[in-house]
Design a protein around this ligand. Structure first.
Ligand SMILES: *[C@@H]1O[C@H](CO)[C@@H](O)[C@H](O)[C@H]1NC(C)=O
Length: 234
């Protein structure tokens, strides 16, 4: 009887082990991240700035009333965090993990012409995807409220209005964070054209603005998304 119990026990142990190889790799990896310090901003390679890419995917134009443009978007950002590098061979072949964004350092990229009450960096507890080479992929849904000057008194059907969304790191200069865009325009892969009967998306482009000021040696980098919208109704 004892023998049988021991055999069954062994069998379960074997099943558990093979069936959960990934799980134990993940547990080991999560445990290794207990030393992770999110107060430490990652360094770029060889003393260079950390490249942070920033891109906007437009889902819906909510409104453009009272000089405020409201958009539903995903903002996708990537960067490499040297504290989050691992060797998959040591973790049962695990190459990717998801971690809650509040546990990981993130760049303080803000909308400069923000017209909304400020609620921290981004909405909600969105997971980040992290690959073994240390790359962090973060794509929170963001409802953008941005100032945009419109002369409503003169606005006629068919007029095109230009709005700018300016993003920058709130506290880091370009010597620490090098802000880049992967695309030369806003992407609209999943754009709902029928959502807003008043405003049509026409086109956009991204300008990367690098400025030096008298105070400081480091450059200040801004990404300006220039969006053209056509007024089609009232
Ligand atoms: C960072 O971006 C710059 C372009 O501004 C590029 O030349 C450089 O190779 C990038 N560095 C890394 C490590 O990807």
């Amino acid at each position: 009887m004892l023998r049988l119990i021991v055999d069954i026990g062994l069998l379960f142990m074997l099943l558990f082990r093979t069936g959960n190889a990934m799980q134990s790799g993940k547990q080991k990896l999560v445990r290794s991240f207990e030393k992770y310090d999110k107060l430490l901003a990652p360094d770029g390679p060889d003393g260079e700035a950390l490249n942070v890419t920033h891109d906007i995917d437009l889902k819906r134009i909510i409104s453009l009333d009272n000089q405020v443009l409201v958009l539903d978007t995903f903002i996708s950002m990537t960067w490499r965090d040297g504290q989050l590098v691992w060797d998959p061979a040591e973790y049962d072949g695990l190459e990717m993990i998801r971690l809650p964004s509040e546990r990981v350092w993130q760049p303080d990229i803000m909308l400069e012409n923000n017209a909304n009450q400020f609620h921290g960096l981004h909405s909600g507890d969105i997971n980040m995807v992290i690959t073994y080479d240390g790359f962090v992929f973060y794509a929170p849904p963001v409802k953008i409220h941005s100032y945009c000057k419109v002369n409503y008194a003169k606005l006629k059907q068919g007029n095109v209005v230009t709005c700018k969304l300016t993003f920058l790191s709130w506290t880091y200069g370009g010597d620490v964070i090098n802000l880049l865009s992967n695309n030369d325009a806003i992407t609209t892969s999943d754009f709902d054209t029928h959502f807003n009967p008043q405003w049509q998306y026409v086109t956009s482009n991204v300008e990367r603005d690098v400025k030096y000021y008298a105070c400081c040696v480091e450059p200040y980098i801004k990404l300006k998304y220039v969006i053209k919208l056509r007024y089609v109704g009232n």
